[in-house]
Design a binder for this molecule. Sequence first.
Ligand SMILES: [Zn+2]
Length: 169
Amino acid sequence: MKFNPLLILGLFISTSLFQSCQAQVEKSEEQVIEPKFNGEKLDKSTKEWRAELTADEFHVLREQGTERAFTGEYWDNHEVGTYSCRACGLPLFPSSTKFESGTGWPSFYAALDENNVGLKNDNSYGMNRSEVVCNRCESHLGHVFEDGPQPTGLRYCMNSISLKFEADE
Ligand SMILES: [Zn+2]
């Protein structure tokens, strides 16, 4: 059997291409959100999000902005119902885990389904925080801290503008 140098070159190139793709996958997996989402991810372009969201919603949901404390729609909401992602509608927090944190942002000690909220490392502003995102569309919701009430000890500190509340019938 005669070796074809072009074939060998081709094999070499495709192997290294494959390896560089793998390296990229590994790199992006470092920012992967925990836990893994069970359903299908929603992937929209920045242009699509801009068209669908108001400027303020876009800033918080897609640019990790933060609304000013005590200015949002829900920090003082005591109605019974469900808070969903304002960008994609995924149910995120039940009103039953909402508590008075005194921070001026709607705060919860547990999610409706922990697979629906993703956690990412956030080292911005010289702080080491856990960013909370919608696990379906990866929109920014807020941060989670470990100074919440029992039974979880967690405080999901959310932006009202990232959520959409629907009262129970
Ligand atoms: Zn979402």
